[in-house]
Design a protein around this ligand. Structure first.
Ligand code: MG
Ligand code: ZN
Length: 221
C-alpha cells in the first residue's frame, strides 16, 4: 500500500508543477481563468453561454471544454461568441494540467481576457487536479438534492464560489435550501454563493458582477 500511495502523490505533485506553469503562462498574457466544475447536467455549459452573452461586449472570452466525448459544448460556446476548444479526455473523468496545457496551445491567449474552463461533469476527482486557473467555481443545481455537500465534501471544500443553479425549479422539488447551505457552511465557511436560474436569468446579475469585479481586480495587480 505505501508504494501505491507514493505513486498517487507523485502524479499529483507533477500535476501541481504543471498547474503553476500554466498560471504563469496565463499571467504573461493577462488572461484571468476560471475552472468550472459540476456534476453532469448541473448547467455548466448553459451558465457559460449566459456568461458569454453578458460579457462578450466587455471582454474577449475563451472556453476550453473537457468532455469524455463529443464537441457539443464547445460548439455551443463558439456559437455564443467565444474562442472555443474541445478536449476529449478519452474516458478520463476529470481534466488535469497536461490536458489543459494541450487545450491552451489551440487558443491565442494574446486575444483573450477571460478563459472559462468547463471541467468534466463529476463531483469527485476534478477537485484533486489543480489546473492553474485563478478561481474555481462549483455549480450545484437544485434537482441534484440538498444532500450533495454532505456526500461530496472534497468538491465543496476547495472552491472560491458556489453557483446554485435551477432555482426556478424550487417550487416543484424537495430541496431544502437551509440544509444545503448548512452543509456548505461547514465545509467552506463564508464561501460566496450565487443562487440563480440560467433559464429565467433570475439571479444572474450578481454572478456577472462578481466575474467583472474579479477580472478588474486581477488586471490591477
Ligand atoms: Mg457541458
Ligand atoms: Zn477523474
Amino acid at each position: 500500500m505505501p508504494e501505491r500511495v507514493s505513486v498517487v502523490e507523485n502524479i499529483l505533485s507533477a500535476n501541481d508543477r504543471l498547474a503553476d506553469e500554466i498560471q504563469h503562462q496565463l499571467n504573461e498574457s493577462h488572461v484571468f481563468a476560471i475552472n468550472l466544475m459540476a456534476s453532469p447536467g448541473a448547467g455548466k455549459t448553459t451558465l457559460i453561454e449566459r456568461t458569454i452573452e453578458h460579457l462578450s461586449g466587455l471582454f474577449r472570452i475563451g472556453m476550453i471544454n473537457g468532455d469524455i466525448a463529443t464537441s457539443l459544448d464547445a460548439d455551443r460556446a463558439a456559437a455564443a461568441g467565444a474562442q472555443a476548444v474541445q478536449i476529449n479526455t478519452g474516458g478520463e473523468c476529470h481534466l488535469d494540467a497536461v490536458m489543459l496545457q494541450q487545450g491552451l496551445r489551440k487558443l491565442d491567449l494574446t486575444q483573450l481576457d477571460l478563459l472559462l474552463v468547463e471541467n468534466v461533469g463529476n463531483l469527485v476527482c476534478p477537485a484533486s487536479f489543480r489546473l492553474g486557473t485563478h478561481k474555481s467555481v462549483l455549480i450545484a443545481s437544485t434537482p441534484e438534492g440538498d444532500d450533495k455537500p454532505y456526500k461530496y465534501p472534497g468538491m465543496y471544500r476547495g472552491v472560491d464560489a458556489l453557483v446554485i443553479n435551477k432555482i426556478d425549479l424550487l417550487p416543484y422539488i424537495s430541496f431544502d435550501m437551509d440544509r444545503f447551505r448548512q452543509g456548505v457552511e461547514i465545509l467552506n465557511p463564508g464561501v460566496i454563493t450565487f443562487p440563480l436560474s440560467c433559464r429565467t436569468q433570475d439571479g444572474i446579475t450578481p454572478w456577472i458582477d462578481w466575474l467583472v469585479f474579479n477580472i478588474q481586480n486581477y488586471r490591477e495587480k
